[in-house]
Design a protein around this ligand. Structure first.
Ligand code: PLP
Ligand code: ZN
Length: 397
């Protein structure tokens, strides 16, 4: 495998067992836990000036902190997304600054590309010929794109309620697309059935591959560099399975280990009230979520009723002194529309939960008047333009 100097292997976050990354490809063989890439940080020689001197061209500029070399990467120059100043929002929220990290500018329009770039690179390194996953939509589209680029076959299971763009583009990228009646759990069950019949499939499922959260940690490196290393007072993240939130947390702890920052930025999980297991667990002071029995939200990316990594997500929120907030679908859509009207920026409904959550936190007095608030726009608004437009229709517009 073409691994980087500091990458030493994989460690199970549940039982602590360690594995050679050339052999272990997915979950822990001892306990089925999540595997997390590990590094020898003493072998990484990075300072702020070195990073600044590199072109801001893709997430692979942080190659030293990733498992695989840039030369071996399956990449479309994902990442390096702008952090856009939002003065109107700052005024509305009554804070010093609001900045939107616009992940909609990625190759397939969402931050899922960071995870799939790394996930598909690992698949190639492990000699896979076909990747497979179930997804709410965006991860499946992204996987099909990267698989196509790498010359791998892909099989994707999406629930019937996933968006038209996702379904269409899986096919356009050459993926084998299976639309499953029902919701994400039903798509997951159909995927498991398929997996049993195909032992050559290489799973790109959330947290089943160790590399998706690993790719997403680069969002944190970028936004701190873009803020010239000022630690923001809040990062609001629209949370489904929590892959990105865990990535942000890992990225921040790594920068602290390397001596590049002293404090961790507070991470806030924003969810939709119709499916808010992380918010419920946070408010209850629990270390783990309770599965949501009847999830129902228009935010497909957030409709994850049973997020297996919840202990890690809750740790990220608590260790960074962040928080968790749920808002209703109509408020989320309204926030997405307001951001589009006032700032010009387009947020997909799932992402708009982060804007809506920030609004609600501001209303509750969580922020100070000089605070800097970062909102993660995980996906482009035009992926679900119909959903945003229908919100206007509900208002007679
Ligand atoms: C997948 C997705 C999310 C949720 O991501 P997690 O990191 O798994 O919590 C949020 N927004 C969009 C647009 C997504 O596609
Ligand atoms: Zn384990």
């Amino acid at each position: 495998m073409e691994t980087t100097t500091a990458f030493i292997g994989l460690e199970c976050v549940d039982c602590g067992a360690t594995f050679d990354a050339a052999e272990a490809t997915h979950q822990c063989s001892e306990c089925d836990g999540i595997l997390d890439p590990q590094y020898d940080y003493d072998a990484i020689d990075l300072d702020r000036e070195t990073l600044e001197s590199r072109p801001f061209d893709s997430m692979w500029r942080y190659e030293d902190l990733l498992p695989f070399t840039r030369d071996s990467a399956v990449t479309m120059d994902e990442g390096a997304t702008p952090l856009v100043e939002c003065p109107s929002l700052a005024e509305e929220l009554g804070v010093g600054r609001v900045l939107l990290k616009d992940e909609g500018r990625n190759p397939t329009g969402t931050f899922k590309d960071r995870g799939q770039s790394l996930g598909v690179t690992a698949a190639v390194q492990h000699g896979a010929s076909e990747v497979a996953l179930s997804s709410a939509g965006n991860a499946g589209q992204s996987a099909a794109a990267y698989a196509g680029r790498a010359g791998l076959e892909s099989t994707v299971y999406l629930p019937s309620r996933s968006g038209f763009t996702n379904k269409a583009m899986v096919n356009v990228h050459g993926g084998d697309m299976n639309v499953v009646g029902g919701r994400i759990d039903d798509a997951g069950a159909a995927y498991e059935e398929g997996l049993e019949e195909h032992d050559d499939w290489y799973p790109l499922q959330t947290f089943v591959t160790p590399y998706r959260h690993e790719g997403k940690k680069t969002m944190l490196y970028e936004l701190l560099e873009q803020l010239e290393w000022d630690i923001p007072d809040a990062i609001c993240y629209p949370t489904g399975g929590g892959v990105g939130l865990v990535g942000l947390y890992k990225g921040a702890t790594e920068l602290r280990t390397l001596g590049l920052i002293d404090d961790l930025p507070p991470l806030y999980a924003a969810q939709a009230s119709g499916c808010a297991p992380i918010v419920d667990a946070y408010e209850a002071g629990a270390d783990e979520h309770e599965p949501v029995e009847h999830p129902d939200t228009i935010c497909g990316g957030l409709e994850i009723p049973d997020p297996g990594a919840s202990p890690w997500v809750l740790e990220a929120i608590r260790e960074t002194d962040g928080g968790a907030i749920a808002t209703d679908d109509p408020d989320i859509l309204e926030a997405g529309v307001q951001v589009a009207m006032q700032e010009g920026l387009e947020m997909t409904p799932s992402s708009a939960a982060a804007a809506s959550g920030a609004w609600e936190l501001a209303d509750r007095g969580e922020f100070g008047s000089d605070d800097t608030v970062v909102i993660l726009n995980t996906g482009a608004g035009n992926k679900e333009a119909d959903v945003l437009r229908s919100h206007l229709m509900s208002q007679g517009i």
